[in-house]
Design a protein. Sequence first.
Lengths: 345, 153
Amino acid sequence: MKTTTKIAVFAGAVAAFLLVSVAGAAAQKANIVYTEGSAKIKAAAGAQRVADIGGTIVYGESVITGKDGLVELTLPNGSDIRVTQNSVFSYSSTGTGKDERSVLATTAGKVSYKLNKAVGKPPVIQTNSMVAGVRGTEFTVFAGRDGSVLLAVTGGIVDVESQGQTVTLNKDEAVEVTPGQAPGEKYVFLGKELDFSNWNQGKEAIFLADPVGGLKRAEAQLAEYQAKFDSLKEPLDKATKELEDAYAQYEPVKTTGDKDAILKFQIETLNPAKDKRHVINQNIRYYALNYLSVRRYVLSNMYMEMKSRYPIARTDEAEAFFKLHAEILARYEEGIVPKLNENDY
Amino acid sequence: MKRKLMIGLPVLLALVFASCASTPYVQKESDVLKLVRLINEGKVTQVEGLSPAPFVLDTETLYLESDVTTMWNNLKAASFRMANAEFVETKRVGPDSWKVFADTFDMKNYFAKYTGKDSSIVTLDTSDGRYFLLLERKTHGYPRIRGFKGPVK
């Protein structure tokens, strides 16, 4: 029997319902079952510790591997995750209560997944330019330093959707997604594993051939997050007003001392108003955190590549790159940072 | 008397060591210029070993060790030098030091999370402009470098 997995590329297109909780109180622990070389765990509050066999990571934490690093994790439902060298894998959750789902994010490098379909809600697979809902399949996500993503399936069927277009991948098929674009043509990789290093070097070469173009592609991805973020401001204001109104109506109900009436008002009016506002606020943070991820792992890398090549004398092209980079950072500070907190860093 | 000395000496030494460990580290000009020479000579392997991730480059934070390595390799390939570097001053990292690098959310949090009492910002003037180096207690004879900004004209 074939296992079908639906993957929707680009968070903006599909993830309006997502709630991300990076500091979930009821966080599920992922067990570290194997490590090699240099590997650290970055806690939500920013402190880093060495990744040790027998240790755990919880929601809000990330695995960062070095040049010789490797970390293997097992989720509570038995799913296996393999974080290879020079990679960043982040573990968080979406939704609350019975709707909670794990979010498994590949923000840099290569992460392989072998997901167990038997137990629990399916996790959300995320990268800097992709969100996926998967169940019971094996695949690898390659997150290029230019924001591109390559997804290769080694078990089951995966539907990759981006910009309204869907590509269905069978076993041994792969597809590439460039930020802000529909999935490319799928292709077959028979017989051997894809070479991520070569793929990433190709991405880097494309970026260096046209750094401003590369930055603009990342900017398009950020603009999509920003647009989603902005589109929720009005609903948030409306929900805030509704909650204020609900509290205003609640005061006279409370003064009656009628416990049944108080409970009825809480259940029918106050709590739904609270939940509605909470959901919108969490969605706003979801997009803000996606923006932060691209800013942190894609824009920083692009800046490093350019600054280290043009440390003092700059070409016109380099100047144009640094100018646009500064503009994007200014927009991030003004528009996104107010929705972040220090634990997001 | 001899017995008292035998007991007292280790205690005294322990107190001296504890006091050294808790005293904020001050960067010496000679050590800083030694590090600059290492960078200018393009000794990437050594400099990389002194540069832990996350590393600050101007406004940016490099989280991956491989990015820090790439940065030093690229700088070497670009014949990067802090030419005619002169030590201007060293200041221990304080509450507002992050603004030297960038007045941003990221830099504020980087300094809050990854710098401590042994962290200093050293100012250097060079032929190409001013550099700010974020340095820590030395290891193997050289200060560890957690980031730099510049040249600022």
